[in-house]
Design a protein around this ligand. Sequence first.
Ligand SMILES: C[S@@+](CC[C@H](N)C(=O)[O-])C[C@H]1O[C@@H](n2cnc3c(N)ncnc32)[C@H](O)[C@@H]1O
Length: 330
Amino acid sequence: MTKDENIAEHDFGHVTVLLHEAAESLNLPSGAVAVDCTLGGGGHTRLLLEAVGKNGKVLAFDRDIMAIEHAQKAFAGQIFSGQLLLVHKPFSEMPDHVHKAGLAGSVAGILADLGVSSPQIDLGERGFSFLKDGPLDMRMDTTRPGTAAELVNTAEETELAIIFRDFGEEPMGRHFAKMICRQRLIAPFMTTGELASYVEKHSPYGSKSRKHPATKIFQALRIAVNGELTELDQFLTRAVPLLAPNGRLAIISFHSLEDRAVKRFFAEVSGKLKRQELSRMVAITERELDKMVNAQGRVVLPTPVEPSLQEVEANPRARSAKLRVFEKGC
Ligand SMILES: C[S@@+](CC[C@H](N)C(=O)[O-])C[C@H]1O[C@@H](n2cnc3c(N)ncnc32)[C@H](O)[C@@H]1O
């Protein structure tokens, strides 16, 4: 790691996960255009800039204004020279920007390092963590409405139960939704501390559970508040046409809901899903299958790249990361 990389990471307080693995997986040629959908502390962005060189260009998106403001300082030189363009928008809107810039069909690599950055979790005032007391906020983009407190205090009980089940995979989702709705009539939940201790107090799991009982409830609320799975779906659906021939799309996911969505999407665009369907239906040769499937490209590695033991030891937040890479055909 260079001194510059260190400064950018430590200033922001985020240690980039699969730093070199992700940047190298894009196989970026010098002079290329690349997109970083999730700027964060800029660790990956810096490596993309190095890979494309002075004649290349990187477009970096983040919906968190803190990340954009940090990068405006950390990358002042590259912004001034036109090598880096920062965009404060959700990545579902990234394709519109690429189209507007006249770059659709000529992007050599797109990277998305999903989820939250460390300062979002570590700063109590961002309201993401059940371990740090603060306002019950959880918005990555604090310039848009819709905090976690609003959701928790106004959603129907059934809506909360569905959120806890679908986004938290919490088997006791209905129980927690019921308890929360009962309590909010007495006093609305305004802080992360209030919600975390209420969930802990009313948890049917007892004190033996390895994880804090609020873990899944907080994950579910965060995903709902930020529309994370919808964002991912909307971005994936429009990403492949932006790529140049042989261009690559690399995604790092941090939980099974995201990884399942990425895996399924890659199976679809690589023709694997259609291939399985067709080969079950009719007796057909491999060649005929190839023609009918009309794949848009290939999955680069059969299994996802995961962080090494050393990386997880140095940065436990990397432990659930999975990197999947797709390459567009010629
Ligand atoms: C895991 S961090 C990225 C870290 C970054 N790769 C680095 O090297 O520092 C995820 C970042 O993506 C941003 N983010 C998450 N979902 C987003 C979305 N839908 N649109 C734009 N930014 C998003 C978050 O605000 C956060 O800053």
